[in-house]
Design a protein around this ligand. Structure first.
Ligand SMILES: [Zn+2]
Length: 432
């Protein structure tokens, strides 16, 4: 038995514990409380807080090296840039990139992800590096015959991952996937993740068939908004994770709540793509399960859940013009237990409680303006960063320790893959 002890333990379920400890044995948390009341071989972290491992409710590990691609472009052309560059690489590159994404997640204190995966490489990468994951294999288009192909790829992947990684399916979005394909994918009976109500471009296309998405979409516009469209088709239900939900009105929020659809809130991605600010306070007040997602470096600079918690807080308070629109402890809950609820993993992870997986991160606040301590939750949410993560445990296994995991080869391979995506055709030979 090992006892991880720090100035503070933030269990998320329950009040912060000063001089707290988390006892771990066989991959599980056995006890949480004041450290001097607990048993175990002590590992003590001064000037630090122990938090549940972050759960990133919506990401794409396979886009870990896409930083800056298409920055500043409108949503439609931005999407087009990614589709075109993605076509230049193959499985080995996907895997190299996804492995870097898994490493960077662990180094940021993330212990579980919900990943929408184009190639399936995210599942293999998460499994390789010991990151917990629900990997939703993506499908696009209007051809229901592709669902058979999806089923075959799922079957192949099942054999390569263990219980820490589970599989789901991701019909990409209502503007890129027909309702027939959505239905056929739902019939597989697996967890679902989809992009929903993300942008005005999406809304314009679905309502009118016009705008930049018209150039890339083969889906018949339903002449209604995305949430209403899925509701009318019977496609809103428990087990569906909707990423974004920026462009939703009060009636659509009610539809999401009534059908128990969970929302992955991605405030940085929504801000950087100029999509807007999701009504996170309204979603929470309506009883919708909400978690936080970084999306990926295709739209945000990093898999950094600290930045995501801050962005969620800034955006919610600015939108409501109230400092109490989202508290630091609500932001921490969104990033941990909230996201675990979104992924249906709240009995296993997302808080520090006896019986759950020993998924945790140790965050040092040494040398920060938040010490000496006043409010440890405020300190972690506003003063934390990946550089301050000392240790990340997944199911009790040390998957990252500061200074101990440099991943040189993994970084080189991923950078080479980025180079191949940026490479343009060789110039024609000069005439002699
Ligand atoms: Zn996404």
């Amino acid at each position: 038995m090992v006892l991880y002890a720090a100035d503070w333990v933030l269990p998320v379920e329950g009040a912060p514990i000063p001089f707290g400890g988390v006892a771990v044995a066989d991959g599980r948390i056995t006890a949480v409380g004041p450290a001097d009341e607990l048993e175990g071989e002590v590992r003590r972290f001064p000037d630090a807080a122990i938090v549940p491992g972050f759960v990133n409710a919506h990401t794409h590990l396979e886009y870990a090296v896409y930083a800056g691609f298409g920055d500043g472009l409108p949503f439609g052309p931005w999407l087009h840039t990614h589709i075109e560059r993605k076509a230049r690489i193959a499985w080995d590159e996907y895997l190299a990139i996804a492995r870097l994404g898994a490493a960077e997640s662990l180094a940021s204190g993330v212990t579980t992800i919900g990943d929408a995966s184009f190639s399936g490489a995210a599942a293999v990468a998460a499994d390789d590096l010991g990151l917990g994951a629900v990997v939703y294999l993506e499908i696009f288009g209007t051809d229901t015959a592709r669902v058979e192909e999806l089923r075959r790829r799922l079957h192949e992947l099942e054999g390569t991952v263990d219980g820490r990684v589970s599989l789901g399916v991701s019909p990409h979005a209502p503007y890129s996937v027909s309702p027939e394909v959505y239905s056929a994918v739902y019939d597989l009976g697996l967890p679902i993740s989809t992009h929903l109500a993300e942008s005005d471009d999406e809304r314009d296309y679905l309502l009118s068939g016009k705008g930049p998405i018209a150039e890339v979409s083969e889906v018949e516009p339903p002449r209604t908004t995305s949430v209403r469209h899925l509701a009318e088709q019977g496609l809103l239900r428990t087990g569906v994770v909707a990423a974004h939900c920026v462009k939703v009105d009060a009636e659509e929020i009610e539809l999401l709540a009534a059908h128990d659809v969970a929302v992955a809130h991605c405030p940085r991605s929504n801000a950087l793509l100029g999509c807007g600010i999701a009504p996170v306070r309204e979603l929470l007040d309506a009883g919708v399960r909400v978690g936080l997602g970084t999306d990926s470096p295709a739209s945000t600079p990093s898999f950094d859940m600290f930045e995501e918690m801050r962005a969620a807080t800034y955006a919610a308070r600015a939108r409501a013009e109230r400092p109490d629109a989202l508290s630091a402890s609500e932001a921490l809950e969104l990033a941990t237990l909230g996201s675990a609820r979104v992924l249906g993993l709240e009995d296993e992870t997302g808080s520090l409680a006896a019986g759950k997986r020993a998924d945790l991160a140790v965050v040092s606040l040494a040398g920060s303006p938040y010490l000496p301590w006043e409010d440890p939750t405020v300190a972690v949410v506003f003063g934390g960063s990946p550089e301050r993560v000392e240790l990340t445990l997944v199911e009790g296994e040390q998957r990252y320790e500061k200074g101990g995991f440099r991943w040189h080869e993994l970084r080189r391979s991923a950078a080479e893959a980025r180079g191949r995506m940026l490479a343009t055709e060789a110039p024609p030979a000069p005439k002699t």
